[in-house]
Design a protein around this ligand. Structure first.
Ligand SMILES: *[C@@H]1O[C@H](CO)[C@@H](O)[C@H](O)[C@H]1NC(C)=O
Ligand SMILES: *[C@@H]1O[C@H](CO)[C@@H](O)[C@H](O)[C@H]1NC(C)=O
Ligand SMILES: *[C@@H]1O[C@H](CO)[C@@H](O)[C@H](O)[C@H]1NC(C)=O
Ligand SMILES: *[C@@H]1O[C@H](CO)[C@@H](O)[C@H](O)[C@H]1NC(C)=O
Ligand SMILES: *[C@@H]1O[C@H](CO)[C@@H](O)[C@H](O)[C@H]1NC(C)=O
Ligand SMILES: *[C@@H]1O[C@H](CO)[C@@H](O)[C@H](O)[C@H]1NC(C)=O
Length: 427
């Protein structure tokens, strides 16, 4: 009797847990496409990452709108060349907010997603430092995205004043069982930055925003991942993460040396720009130090989260390598199995630099004991460069070097732009 009622109570506990299984709560936002994302029947899932599209520059002359036409062409070329894309990720700096007008800032999104809607592709965004400015609001951009059922972008941490907007995860399920535990988790983090919407200081200057993933977001990431793993009978769930501004560890790795065969990719932004750059330690309002360390909690969460295979960033248009990180930086050592920090390929014609445009592709293949992650860059020329496998020997394996091509029809250098609104450095 006693045994039976204990069993019944346990049943109820288990049922209670099942009904609140985190991946069943997916469709929390009414506008979001609630169809579960699944692997293909062949066990693959392909992600196409467009980053630093920088739409909306110089609307007042012919140069700016021409850049957007060029960027749409990049989107179309890549999407035509990659027929098996399951999810598009827009990894920050969709729009150059310092150039846009209050009344139509977010309308540039429509130009970006038109090629996706044409192909009925679903997408998920992170926002970058240029997606926030005096005339451009992250929340308004999110609202514009969510008008479309194909948008998966959401905000699972509604405290926008502190945490940013694009903090959420997406579960990817096995093809045969969309209601089973996910075989892959995709995490999206908001590294913020840029300037506050419609705010100025007493002297009329724009108000800068912190440029790192906030510590409470790191805590949410750890707690939510732990809950997902617990709901999966304690089994790790492989994961990838996306965040616009790279963590400081990327700079520490660049300092160790980027080898063209072990970490193939362009390495022209040296030193690279990273989170908490330009802030003082403990600072809450800038201060102009070189680096404030406020991304420490997030870095520890990244290094310490078992199952996290790779983190993809943009921001540094002239860097496109992947580097396996052991979790060790000065003053911080986290026991982990290692995680690879990757740049994508800058995709847009706005913003600085004339490196050939493209989009990093990530192909995840389900395996008996986890996933295999392959990645390469599809260029606007149609060529593929930097194809690598992000396995345990990545960083030791040798690959062909990536050519450092510039786009044939070079855009004007930033210095010759007629805009008075663009202060360097322009990441
Ligand atoms: C936004 O408004 C400006 C100024 O009227 C105009 O030049 C620009 O083309 C508009 N952009 C969009 C995307 O509607
Ligand atoms: C913001 O938008 C307004 C209204 O279109 C425009 O007059 C102003 O120049 C813009 N401000 C900035 C800083 O871009
Ligand atoms: C677009 O995709 C959605 C979700 O994947 C699907 O339900 C819908 O039928 C598709 N529409 C077209 C026109 O293919
Ligand atoms: C949001 O952040 C502010 C500032 O840190 C804090 O005072 C407030 O309690 C937070 N609100 C919620 C609902 O967490
Ligand atoms: C940040 O990066 C710098 C530059 O490589 C490195 O010296 C330092 O140890 C790093 N600190 C942390 C906390 O990541
Ligand atoms: C990792 O992938 C590379 C490229 O496919 C391969 O040569 C290497 O043997 C793999 N390493 C392991 C441990 O499987």
């Amino acid at each position: 009797m006693l045994f039976a009622s204990v069993v019944r109570i346990l049943d109820l506990v288990v049922l209670g847990r099942l009904s609140s299984v985190p991946w069943r709560k997916q469709a929390s936002n009414g506008d979001q496409d609630s169809a579960p994302l699944t692997f293909r029947p062949d066990g693959t899932f392909q992600i196409s990452i467009f980053e630093d599209l920088h739409f909306g520059e110089n609307a007042w002359d012919t140069w700016g709108p021409q850049q957007d036409i060029n960027s749409v062409k990049v989107l179309n070329t890549v999407l035509d060349t990659e027929p098996a894309i399951d999810l598009v990720v827009l990894n920050g700096d969709l729009i150059t907010g310092e150039n846009t007008f209050l009344e139509n800032s977010t309308h540039y999104l429509d130009q970006i997603i038109a090629p996706l809607l044409d192909r009925n592709l679903t997408w998920a965004s992170t926002y970058g430092n240029h997606d926030s400015d005096f005339n451009l609001s992250r929340s308004a951009l999110l609202a514009r995205e969510q008008q479309h059922p194909n948008a998966r972008t959401t905000n699972m941490l509604p405290n926008t004043t502190t945490a940013g907007v694009t903090n959420y995860y997406l579960p990817i399920h096995p093809h045969a069982c969309p209601s089973c535990a996910p075989a892959l988790l995709l995490w999206f983090f908001d590294s913020r930055g840029g300037f506050a919407f419609q705010q100025t200081t007493s002297s009329g200057a724009r108000v800068g925003q912190p440029n790192w993933v906030d510590a409470p977001v790191a805590t949410w990431f750890r707690d939510t991942n732990a809950a997902l793993v617990a709901a999966n009978d304690g089994q790790l769930i492989p994961a990838l993460a996306f965040v616009h501004i790279p963590i400081n560890a990327s700079l520490a790795l660049q300092d160790r040396g980027v080898d063209e065969h072990r970490q193939p990719g362009i390495n022209d932004d040296v030193p690279l720009a990273r989170q908490a750059q330009g802030w003082c330690p403990g600072g809450t309002d800038g201060g102009g130090c070189e680096y404030g360390g406020q991304d420490g909690a997030f870095m520890e969460a990244v290094a310490g989260t078992e199952g996290l295979v790779a983190v993809f960033s943009g921001h540094d248009h002239g860097d496109s390598w992947c580097y396996r990180w052991d979790g060790v930086v000065e003053g911080m050592a986290v026991e982990g199995k290692g995680v690879t920090l990757c740049f994508g390929q800058r995709s847009g014609y706005g913003g600085y630099g004339s490196w050939i445009r493209g989009a990093r592709q990530v192909v995840v293949t389900m395996e008996e004991d986890g996933v295999q992650v392959d990645t390469f860059v599809r260029l606007e020329s149609g060529d593929v460069v930097g194809a690598v496998t992000l396995n345990e020997t990545y960083g030791l394996d040798s690959y062909p070097a990536t050519p450092n091509d510039k786009t044939r029809c070079p855009t004007l250098p930033q210095a010759s732009l007629p805009s008075p609104l663009l202060p360097p450095p322009y990441h």
